[in-house]
Design a protein. Structure first.
Length: 338
């Protein structure tokens, strides 16, 4: 057996299996009752009259109901013809293929046989007339789910990128990408004609940016500064400056007067009023004033350092630092740790 013969045999077996499966499924459905058949005849007649009047929508409703009740090749072929007139050739071909799968009744009329033959020819005639619509999705992030629908009918996700067989005319295409708050939609329209292929491109908008809330950093309150510290700083350092000025002036005077004393008052010799006279007294007085002013200035500096320490104690504590004043013989300052 040649390869072509094997393929032909396999194809024939597949058709036989499909036909038997369809026939078995249809045989399992109940036969129309007399009431259903009579209703189907009435609807069939009304549907053909509406089609003759040009009311294709009304005719489709009647013939769909008639075929659902009667389920005969005759009702099926009239429904298929009306679908073709309405431009729904995909639905028309499906009805024709269904007629071919219907089991043959023992009392089938010649009209039913003719309907079967016409359905087979019409199915082949319609096949090349069905247009194709391909949807291209741009901007689809890798790994993100997308769901496509054409004219409101969902397309299986597995066939998302495959060309779809549709009726001629205008079609609305929509895609939904992402889930939840990150979901976004894209829509478009495409027009296809019989036997032609069309394409619709949908641009998916970018995912919304994730907004990270900004948490404000709490600002610590300004350190409390006692009112005593600034007063001590002003009074203390003011007194220190005044004492320093007086000490300087008195020291200069004392040195000047001492330089005018007789030679015997210099060195290690004692000198009294009978030798030095007024210059000696003035020098002694200026020296005393200088000593007193120096002491007052030193006390003022110490007081000012205490005021400075008290003023900055709060800030130093917050910053993890400690400051303490010190005073010694002829000098003063601050000890601190930072």
């Amino acid at each position: 057996m040649t390869s072509s013969s094997r393929r032909a045999l396999a194809f024939a077996l597949a058709l036989t299996t499909a036909s038997l499966s369809g026939a078995s499924a249809l045989a399992q459905s109940h036969a129309p009752t007399a009431q259903e058949l009579e209703t189907a005849r009435t609807l069939y007649k009304e549907g053909k009259e509406l089609r003759a009047q040009g009311n294709l929508r009304g005719a489709l409703e009647k013939l769909q109901a008639a075929h659902a009740l009667g389920n005969t090749p005759v009702t099926g072929i009239e429904l298929a013809r009306t679908y073709v007139l309405a431009g729904q050739i995909v639905e028309a071909r499906e009805v024709c293929l269904y007629i071919a799968r219907m089991p043959t009744a023992s009392d089938e009329t010649e009209k039913s046989v003719e309907a079967r033959t016409e359905a087979a020819h019409l199915a082949e005639e319609l096949r090349p007339r069905i247009p194709t619509l391909r949807v291209t999705i741009q901007g689809l992030p890798a790994g993100e789910a997308a769901h496509l629908s054409i004219d409101g009918v969902s397309v299986p996700d597995a066939a998302l990128t495959e060309p779809q067989k549709v009726d001629p005319g205008k079609h609305t295409v929509a895609v939904r990408v992402g889930e939840g708050a990150a979901a976004r939609d894209a829509r478009g329209e495409g027009v296809v004609t019989e036997g032609q292929a069309g394409e619709v491109t949908l641009a998916v908008p970018p995912a919304p940016a994730v907004v990270v809330p900004v948490v404000p950093v709490p600002v610590p309150p300004p350190p409390h500064v006692s009112g005593v510290g600034p007063v001590l700083v002003k009074v203390g350092f003011g007194t220190a400056i005044a004492g320093g000025v007086v000490t300087l002036v008195a020291g200069i005077v004392a040195i000047g007067k001492a330089s005018q004393l007789p030679g015997e008052c210099s060195g290690t010799k004692n000198c009294d009023a009978s030798h030095g006279g007024p210059d000696l007294a003035a020098a002694n007085t200026a020296a005393t004033v200088a000593n007193v002013a120096f002491g007052v200035g030193a006390a003022g500096a110490f007081l000012g350092l205490i005021g400075l320490w008290r003023s900055r104690s709060t800030t130093a504590t917050v910053a993890g630092a400690s400051v303490s004043p010190w005073i010694g013989a002829g000098a003063a300052g601050l000890d601190g740790r930072f």
